[in-house]
Design a protein around this ligand. Structure first.
Ligand code: OXD
Ligand code: MN
Length: 580
């Protein structure tokens, strides 16, 4: 396969000259091609088959033990204008970054196959979708991209018709952490990634394209590229509302997107549209509509079981690539909190030894096509996307943030989003469990200066139309002994119901300095084992803690200097003043 697009032909040939692969393969995205690459990897040992009776067409890949997560300290936005990039990103001038990367890429594919992967982010016929081409020397990347994107011939046709695409060049290099960089060049819509095979660093359609490059494009073109799940909540009467929710990495977006209603609400349904990324556009009638640019899930495995996420658990019984989990004696995948079976080997391929750490790496992943999910929404493929009723921000906070509260206005909601802070997780290398500021859950993913990003968010209020209402949730409050105060998982439906009732104006709320909190009886907690005092603490705020939080948040906002939008500063001041 080749292409009519001359820019693509020239780029592929330049890259091949520079990297010297043994051969070049243009990927068509077919099932046969997927199977061929799987077979090749089974032969060279980079993939192994799992138990084909219990897990048909499931494979296990064990990565280099030093290549298991996103590397934020090695991820850069490259532009000649550092102010546009902002202090929220690592910055490098374009020429320096190119020189560094071109040195690394020199002859790096010798003896390897260079794959050319055309892909489309979003439904193939949606005006909101955008295409890219990833060049890679990793067969693992090819099979993951097949599950995660609309990849191959159709994407290439769209590129040929449109003429524009994001260029992503990836090589695993030597998998040496000292020779590893993930560089973004938003002005020229290109990405250069070297030295890692881990999803977030190597599947360039995902974080690199659909968030960092797309957020930059979205600002220019008047839309939003966000780290959000999208779900549809259908009532027993058949009314469906769509919610987009932004939580930091490994904070339960996949679980919420696939929520199974508890017994008491079994007539309700949750439909999944996406579990990680949403592209939001105002349509011609002024409604905000969302598409999920992805076609699959690259989810955290540990903790997934029949109780926490039945849909995910069932969906990964077949046609799934597992990365860095353990195995049982009969070669089934095994991970912590799976609740069935015993590990025999760990994620490094060694015999399992409880003293040597977990069987599955805490950031071990499944890759699976979205169509395997029983709750996959038929509208996930709709070119026009779905209308969004509510936007929800959230973080992992042991204390402070109540279970749920609502913003008083769009501007206030933008401030609440900018104020998201969360305990760090294993999704990125670095210390786990420390609270860091993660505005809109986009700290690792916003491709430009946060101050300009907030201004862009605020600008949506000036466009006509009905904006979604904005909320904040926290499923992760704990008592002094570390016990979670709220049961979470399926029971989160009760909170989603309150959110929709608020959007429809069906219930009142307690107005507080930080926003509208639920009145005592407006969230149904019947049947839950929650002490009344604990319930009160979940739906009230501690002014003293909040004064401290808002002071710290204020200092953070001011670190953006003159670029910080006045409207955001005013919102912050109003809340701080109301706290006394
Ligand atoms: C992810 C992440 O993999 O946020 O989605 O790290
Ligand atoms: Mn994510």
């Amino acid at each position: 396969m080749t292409t009519k697009n001359q820019e693509l032909t020239a780029w592929v040939s330049d890259v091949a000259k520079h990297t010297q692969p043994q051969k070049v393969v243009w990927c068509d995205g077919s099932e046969e091609e997927y199977q061929q690459i799987v077979d090749l990897m089974l032969n060279d040992g980079s993939l192994s088959s799992l138990n084909s009776d219990t897990h048909p067409d499931c494979y296990l890949h064990l990565s280099d033990p030093q290549d298991v997560a996103r590397v934020e300290h090695l991820t850069f936005i490259c532009s000649d204008d550092p102010a546009t990039v902002g202090d929220n990103n690592n910055w490098m001038p374009v020429a320096d970054a190119k020189e560094k990367m071109n040195d690394l890429y020199q002859d790096c594919m010798k003896g390897r196959t260079m794959y050319v992967i055309p892909y489309c982010m979003g439904p193939i016929d949606s005006p909101y979708s955008r295409c890219g081409v990833e060049i890679t020397d990793s067969p693992y990347v090819v099979i993951n991209m097949k599950l995660m994107t609309r990849m191959g011939t159709k994407a290439l046709s769209r590129i040929e018709a449109e003429g524009s695409f994001v260029k992503g060049l990836h090589s695993i290099g030597e998998l040496d952490p000292d020779r590893r960089f993930i560089m973004h060049f938003p002005e020229e819509l290109s990405i250069m990634s070297y030295g890692s095979g881990y999803g977030g660093n190597a599947l360039l359609g995902k974080k690199c394209h659909a968030l960092r490059i797309a957020s930059w494009q979205a600002r220019k073109e008047g839309w939003l590229a966000e780290h959000m799940l999208i779900l549809g909540l259908e009532s027993p009467e058949g009314e469906t509302h769509y919610i987009a929710a932004a939580f930091p990495s490994a904070c339960g977006k996949t679980n919420l997107a696939m929520l199974i209603p508890p017994e008491k609400y079994k007539d309700w349904k949750v439909w999944t549209l996406g579990d990680d990324i949403a592209w939001l556009h105002k349509d011609t009638t002024g409604l905000m509509r969302a598409i999920n640019p992805e076609a699959g899930y690259f989810g955290v495995v540990p903790g997934t079981n029949a109780k926490t996420n039945r849909n995910a658990y069932d969906m990964i019984q077949q046609n799934t690539i597992f990365t860095n989990v353990g195995t049982t004696a009969d070669n089934q995948p095994w991970w912590e909190d799976k609740k069935v079976g015993q590990p025999e080997t760990d994620w490094k391929g060694n015999d399992y030894d409880a003293n040597a750490g977990p069987a599955a790496h805490p950031n071990s992943r499944f890759t699976v096509s979205a169509t395997e999910n029983k709750a996959y929404s038929s509208l996930a493929e709709a070119a026009e996307g779905v209308p969004i009723t509510a936007i929800v921000f959230g973080g992992r906070r042991r204390e402070l943030a109540p279970l749920v509260y609502q913003a008083k206005s769009w501007e206030h909601g933008v401030m609440i989003g900018a104020g998201v802070a969360s305990e760090t997780t294993a999704a990125a290398t670095g210390q786990v469990g420390i609270v860091r500021r993660d505005p809109m859950a986009m700290k690792p993913f916003c491709g430009y200066n946060f101050a300009d990003y907030w201004a862009h968010w605020l600008s949506f209020a000036e466009r006509t139309g009905t904006l979604p209402k904005i909320f904040h949730v926290n499923w992760f409050r704990q008592d002094d002994d570390g016990k979670f105060l709220w049961p979470g998982f399926g029971e989160n439906l009760r909170v989603l119901q309150w959110i929709i009732k608020r959007c429809k104006g069906e219930v009142g709320a307690n107005e507080t300095a930080i926003g509208y909190l639920p009145c005592d009886d407006d969230i149904d907690i019947e049947g839950l084992d929650i002490d009344p005092a604990v319930w009160q603490s979940l739906i009230t705020i501690d002014d003293q803690q909040w004064r401290q939080e808002m002071d710290e948040f204020g200092e953070y906002l001011e670190s953006y200097g003159d670029r910080l939008p006045d409207k955001l500063r005013e919102q912050h001041q109003q809340v701080r003043a109301a706290l006394g």
